[in-house]
Structure formats: C-alpha cells, structure tokens
Design a protein around this ligand. Structure first.
Ligand code: PMP
Length: 348
C-alpha cells in the first residue's frame, strides 16, 4: 500500500489541530480553572475526556486490541464521514463501494463532494474482488466493504476480502456493524498485518446501545491519529462515555440476548417460509432477514396499517421484491407472523 502520509489530504497532513484545555493538561489536579466551565452541577459541568481513555481501555480488553488502535465516534457514521474527509480531496478523489450496501457511504461521499463508485455484487450477493479492483482508478482513496452486509445479511468471502486488502494501495474499510451476529471471525486480528485496514464496529446493534451513539473504528495508530486530529474536540459526550462503559460491562447478558436473537432468526426463517407469498429468504449472518415476497409494497403498507414497520428494500439494486425484517423479541416476532397469517386469511 501507499503510506498513510501519502494518502491523506495535504491540508489535513499539515493541519495543526485545535488544542482543548483538557488536551493540554493531563495529570492530577484539584482546582480546574482552565476551561471556562461552571464550578456547579458536578459532574456534568466538566468537559469530557476528549480521547475517552477509560472507555477505550475497556474496549481494548473486550475486543483484544491496543488502545491506540481505537477511534470512537458519534456512531460509526462519524468515522465513515471523517475517513472520507481525511483522505479524499473534494472534486478529485473518489471512493469505491459495493452495491447493494449500507447507504451512508454514498451520502457521506456526496456531502464531501467526493464521487462514490459502486460495484454490483453477484446475484447471490457475493463479492468478486477482481471486479472491485478493476474499478480502482488513480484517485480511488478508500474502498468500503460491509460484512455482514446490509441490507443483504450475508458475510463476504474472506478470501475475496484478502484479495482487496492486498491488491489495493489505498485504505480498505470493513464495516462490521453486524459482526456479533455472525459465526465468522472479525477482521480485527488482521489489523497488524494490513496497515491499510480500518474495521468499523458499533454499540448500536448486538450491544443494544443505538440510542447513545457510540461507534468504533479500529486501525493503525497512524490512521487513528489522523481521525483524532479532525474530529470535534469533545465528540463523545460524558453521558455516552459512562453508559457505554456500563453496556460493555454487561457482556455476558449481551451474549444471552444475542443467542435469543439468533434462535428467533432461525424460528422466523422457518415460519416465514410457510407463507405462500414468501418467495425466498436470503441466508443471514445479521439480526435481520431479507425476504423476497410477492407484492412487497402491498405487504409493507398492510403491516404499517397494523402498526408493524419493516424496511421496504424493493427499489434497491438486486433486492427487487424484498423486505428487510429485523429480528425482534419473541413477542414482537409473533405479532408479525400473526398479522401476516391474518392477511393470508383475508386475501386467500
Ligand atoms: N454500518 C452499517 C452496515 C449499518 O447498518 C449501520 C446502521 N444501520 C451503521 C453502520 C451505523 O451504525 P451507527 O449506529 O453506529 O452509526
């Protein structure tokens, strides 16, 4: 790969980042008169740790990575945006992604005036690394892969991902938002082997923390350093830092919930298959099922009327006729199945 210094935008390479009060003084003190905070309303009168070390230490031990290889963002959407901003010169550089996949890569690129080229997956949603590498141009800085992929639910082949990692000179981002639901291993263990790799994970899915907005980017300390340079100084608020620590301390409970979701996924797959309007259920390594049905719009609107919201993916590339159904708690899943059975009775 090219070295990171070469890949990063020159203005970011030369940027002198904002130095906050909490950055400049590190150590123990009892009187803080350096940040124009109020002395009242402890503890929330104080700015939070800009580099979130306590939380990173916990994540380092849970995920078995070095603390200096962790960047924390306001959801994984923040590092997606920051990576594009750090490496892509607007109007010149480009990113490459797969189709279909998570929509934010394109949106973040559009916001930054960076072209996003997309390579269509095979009909079974598998990845062909050579197709992707052929589309790399002189200005392609980043490749976004998503595994397990959204909205398709499948894991991408490890061999194909290896080919992308070894064959591309820029940065490869693997979005592992759904990795906890998969029996395939994470790419975190490959971080030391591939300095151009960034792995994204999140507390929003298996950990049950979508509301507190905590996304994680794992990468070389050099890439993490660049993201730290351009983030808002206090991008993770105090409440989130505290709640995230609490969530990470209930790993065993989370694993129990995870098992229940996986059992429900199997149960839902079997039950949904029985409906004559269900044409296909795609294999899933995530907490949702992509289900191909007759008349997806009618079923979608019927469910909305019944107060049940699924995601209509009918207009998405290769997903014609498909609804994406998140696996809920047993009671919620049961309600969905009951309403679908009722519709069958009415419509015959
Ligand atoms: N990546 C993927 C593949 C997703 O599906 C989502 C959320 N739908 C995200 C990232 C965003 O996660 P976060 O809540 O951490 O911003």
């Amino acid at each position: 790969m090219k070295n990171v210094r070469e890949l990063v935008r020159p203005n970011i390479r030369n940027l002198k980042p904002y130095s906050s009060a909490r950055n400049e003084f590190q150590g123990n003190a009892s009187v803080f008169l350096d940040a124009n905070e109020s002395p009242y309303n402890e503890p929330f009168n104080r700015y939070p740790d800009p580099l979130q070390w306590k939380l990173k230490d916990k994540i380092a031990s849970v995920r078995k990575v070095e603390r200096t290889s962790i960047f924390l963002g306001n959801g994984s959407d923040e590092p997606i945006d920051l990576l594009i901003r750090a490496f892509c010169e607007p109007g010149i550089d480009t990113i490459l992604s797969i189709d279909p996949s998570y929509g934010m890569y394109q949106v973040a690129a559009d916001i930054n005036h960076v072209a996003c080229h997309k390579i269509r997956l095979n009909d079974d949603f598998s990845l062909d690394a050579s197709d992707l590498l052929q589309a790399v141009g002189p200005h392609t800085k980043l490749i976004f892969l998503c595994s397990p992929n959204n909205p398709t639910g499948n894991i991408l082949s490890r061999e194909e991902i290896y080919k992308v990692l070894s064959g591309f000179e820029g940065i490869v981002v693997i979005d592992e938002a759904y990795i906890d639901f998969s029996s395939s291993p994470t790419f975190l263990r490959e971080l030391t082997q591939f300095p151009n790799l960034v792995v994204l994970q999140t507390l929003s899915k298996a950990w049950g923390g979508a509301g507190i907005r905590l996304g994680m980017a794992f990468a070389s300390p050099e890439i993490v350093g660049i993201l730290n340079k351009i983030k808002y100084p206090y991008n993770i608020n105090q409440l989130t830092q505290e709640r995230a620590l609490e969530l990470l301390n209930r790993e065993e409970a989370m694993k129990g919930e995870l098992l229940e979701i996986l059992n429900e996924r199997t149960r839902m797959e079997t039950a949904l298959r029985e409906f004559p309007f269900v044409k296909k259920i795609f294999p899933s390594d995530a907490n949702f099922l992509l289900v191909k049905v007759d008349d997806p719009n009618a079923i979608y609107h019927y469910l909305v009327e019944e107060g049940i919201i699924v995601r209509n993916r009918h207009t998405v590339t290769l997903c014609e006729g498909c609804l994406r159904i998140t696996i809920g708690a047993p009671e919620q899943n049961k309600r969905l199945l009951e309403r679908l059975a009722e519709r069958l009775l009415i419509n015959g």
